[in-house]
Design a binder for this molecule. Structure first.
Ligand code: CU
Length: 250
């Protein structure tokens, strides 16, 4: 009898604890639902982060390839070239995986194919693929002349603008997820500054002194590398523009 009383008093004491755990679990679930929004925006924003990472890989790889093509260090150039090419390939695979892999297929099967944010994601993917294709196919065989050297230096700046924009965009998304009040504000602010600076750098490359001098010297769009440079610039501008306009996670 006494044992039973002790047992039931024990249960009675534990009951509020169980109720508390159930309720806070429920509240956490609601909180997550709030963060996810009604659609698949949280999943898509995580995918954008992966795509941005893929793009950063491509730009870093491309910078290595160009460094090797400048032929300033014969003992290191082959390794630099090989690592650069591999980096471009892996970065491209990340973007392709996000755009068409099982996770994306899952979201489409779940009925998110017509979400406005989904349309945005595929526009961004397309724009990044265009940049990636141009960088992957850019080749300089043999010794470089001075103009080619100038153009490659400009390409490195374009790549830098792209990776600044991608990193800025990742910080904006991180902040928008609302997991750390004050740090979130700084994250969003700094991310937006990076995006703005990336945009300004790209404008400077195409409106600046070096480019003007090349054109004044008669290097026209008929020069295949100059044509590629402007194609790359247009593709990069599209990516940076889309990253600046990315709809928020909420
Ligand atoms: Cu999709």
């Amino acid at each position: 009898m006494r044992g039973k009383v002790i047992f039931f008093s024990f249960l009675a004491l534990l009951l509020p604890v169980f109720i508390f755990i159930r309720l806070s679990g429920h509240a956490y679930g609601e909180e997550m639902k709030h963060m996810h929004g009604s659609g698949a925006s949280m999943e898509l924003h995580h995918m954008h982060t992966l795509m941005n990472h893929g793009l950063i890989m491509v730009t870093e790889g491309s910078n290595l390839v160009m460094l090797a093509e400048m032929k300033m260090s014969p003992s290191v150039d082959p390794m630099t070239l090989e690592n650069g090419r591999r980096m471009i390939k892996s970065g491209k695979e990340v973007i392709e995986h996000v755009m068409a892999g099982p996770e994306m297929k899952g979201l489409h099967k779940a009925g998110h194919g017509d979400d406005p944010l989904m349309k945005y994601s595929h526009q961004l993917g397309e724009a990044m693929t265009k940049v990636t294709d141009i960088l992957e196919n850019m080749r300089v065989e043999g010794q470089m002349d001075a103009d080619m050297m100038t153009m490659h230096h400009l390409h490195i700046l374009i790549n830098h603008a792209l990776s600044m924009a991608a990193e800025g965009s990742n910080l904006v998304m991180l902040g928008q997820m609302g997991m750390a009040d004050d740090a979130d504000k700084f994250s969003i602010e700094h991310g937006k500054t990076m995006l703005k600076d990336a945009h300004a750098l790209l404008d400077e490359v195409f409106g600046g002194k070096a480019m003007m001098e090349l054109h004044e010297k008669g290097i026209k769009m008929s020069n295949s590398m100059m044509a590629e440079t402007h194609k790359l610039g247009e593709a990069a501008a599209k990516v940076i523009d889309l990253l600046e306009k990315m709809p928020s996670a909420h």
